[in-house]
Design a protein around this ligand. Sequence first.
Ligand SMILES: Cc1cc2nc3c(=O)[nH]c(=O)nc-3n(C[C@H](O)[C@H](O)[C@H](O)COP(=O)(O)OP(=O)(O)OC[C@H]3O[C@@H](n4cnc5c(N)ncnc54)[C@H](O)[C@@H]3O)c2cc1C
Ligand SMILES: *[C@@H]1O[C@H](CO)[C@@H](O)[C@H](O)[C@H]1NC(C)=O
Length: 637
Amino acid sequence: MAIDIGLRSVIEYIANRPSLLCYAFLTYVTVYFATVILFGRKKGRNPLQHDHRRSPEPFVHDTKLRDAVLKDRFKASKIPAHLDVIIIGSGIGGLGAAALLTRAGKRVLVLEQHDQVGGCCHTFVEKGFEFDTGIHYIGQMHEGSIHRVLLDQLTSGQLRWTKLDDTYDTVAVGGSSTTKWFPMKSGKDEYYNNLINLFPDEKSAILAYKDLVKDASSAFFGIVLLKVLPRLLVKFVLKTGLYSLIFKCYRKRYTSRTLQEVLDGLTDNKELKLVLCYPCGDYGVMPKDVSFILHAILVSHYEKGAFYPVNGTSEIAFHIVQTITEGGGSVLVQAPVTKILCDPKGKAMGVRVATGKKELEVHATCIISDAGVVNTFKHLLPENVAKSSCIYPLIEKVGQSVSFITAFIGVEGSSSDLKLPAANVWLYDTDDINKAVTEYLSVNADDADTADIPFAFISFPSAKDPQWEQKFPGKTSLLVITLAKWEWFEEWKDEAVRHRGDRYEGIKDAFGRKMWQRCVDLYPQLDGKKVYMEVGTPVSNQHYLACPRGEMYGLDQKVVRFTPGVVSKLRPDTDIKGLYLTGQDVLTCGFASSLLVGLICASQILNRNIYSDLLQFRKHILKGSSLSKEANQKKEE
Ligand SMILES: Cc1cc2nc3c(=O)[nH]c(=O)nc-3n(C[C@H](O)[C@H](O)[C@H](O)COP(=O)(O)OP(=O)(O)OC[C@H]3O[C@@H](n4cnc5c(N)ncnc54)[C@H](O)[C@@H]3O)c2cc1C
Ligand SMILES: *[C@@H]1O[C@H](CO)[C@@H](O)[C@H](O)[C@H]1NC(C)=O
């Protein structure tokens, strides 16, 4: 009896102090890693040992020279000898991992199905206008930030960043004549002070929201830990239920509560709720379905404002590819992988590449897939191997994200003459976006051309790039993106590009016209200035980005994606020997997140914690730069 009470009070004591468990857990982890370090697999080389930044080299203008980097066509003779790693897909997840592995002395081969490198980072030029495809703004890229230090290394200091306007996003609510504008401001405090200015009666709700965003985004670390800690350990904390005490994201239900639930608990003001939900297009899930933690991490991502690569988003791949090739690797295009080859024991050991009519087998010790979970497990792996993995059932469980349509528009006149912002605009027709978008996405394929667009995202790449005028004087590029259903366009998925027939063109036209009208409603100065427009549909997305259903962000990111069972299984080191995953399906969508996954993936392969290498390296760099500043000051004195 006495023992029983004693035990119970101990349990109660611990239950009331979750931090104790955290400490115990951390001690365990430390001991575990110490053991691994002392007795485990040999560590690879540190890819962030030396500072690789070079002084700025001239911008490469010449199309031929650019194409030599970005459009190096697959040939068997270009495969590096003594290959260590093959990477399927050249999105930032693939390129990031490839560059880090190269710097650690590995020989890599990146294979891209499209005719140019970059995935969502690729751009294209049409009728003298350059268009982005899947990068409009990136957060946390200020000087000295972790992301910036990493990218500076991966691009040898050749990629420069520019900050968007202070008002980097504007929410425009209502139809054409009644539009209300809500500017969003960069800066941790400015962001919220501005909201309070816009909604003075809602001050307490906004401050409570601020606290929740801060707390939830700091809890995101738990999600990352579940993907990097040793599998056995993760299994243990999941089986015993300890995870719900150890990890704040689960303890405080930041993963299972939806954004809508959280906002409903804070205020009844519908307009404010819409303004707080506005970036839901950034993860492609409506507020009623998105886990609060995903929203929180996104909001905090742009806390210090938004950034854009100088000379456009193609510069990202352009410079990372050179890091890979300088290190002896190859990044080759028009190289669709059709199979991941496995040995009889189910270990991945190579890939099959389609080269015109022939197919070629290439072998390596590690295979990394940046092609997404659905492609990898439904189309690339042998069926029996795919089905033996714990990841396979997640495809059905999690589902695929929503698809989208983009209008790429060329306008006569410079962005500065037209007074267009270096920013994005988020257009919403009503304050009930859950309802409006659900209704919109339930339209039948036969009526797709008559669907009313309830939401649109507008971006002006030409205004964001400070160097645009030098390259494309007197021209403006503009993108409008809205959601779409794969089923509206599915019947044309196997037809060749530009030969999909009148009905297909008709639907495209209808969307294009509506999207352009939206721009003119908001910016009447654009009226009559459109000289080019091409509309990309879900089947175009499938063609260029190889997303199976034209989806925007790979696997869907509703609440189920953040349940511990799913989180712990979607990790870079899969349960198939020799096969690793990188890119947006592992953690969340977004450039920064996919790059971080690339880093974790390289860490797993090298058996070393590159994140801690990065922190160490950053410390060293920052110390260096403050020292040199001091030295300069002394000189001036
Ligand atoms: C319209 C749009 C706008 C976006 N805007 C932003 C933004 O402003 N900021 C932000 O941070 N994020 C944004 N994102 C999200 C971000 O771009 C992505 O999450 C991220 O770039 C994904 O990188 P990835 O490496 O996972 O995949 P991807 O960039 O999709 O690359 C995957 C690559 O794999 C290739 N591939 C697939 N299958 C094969 C195969 N069998 N053989 C060979 N190659 C194959 C594909 O062709 C593709 O190049 C946006 C996304 C979209 C679609
Ligand atoms: C961008 O391109 C211009 C030429 O159009 C060049 O002068 C400039 O140096 C480039 N900037 C960077 C950072 O590459």
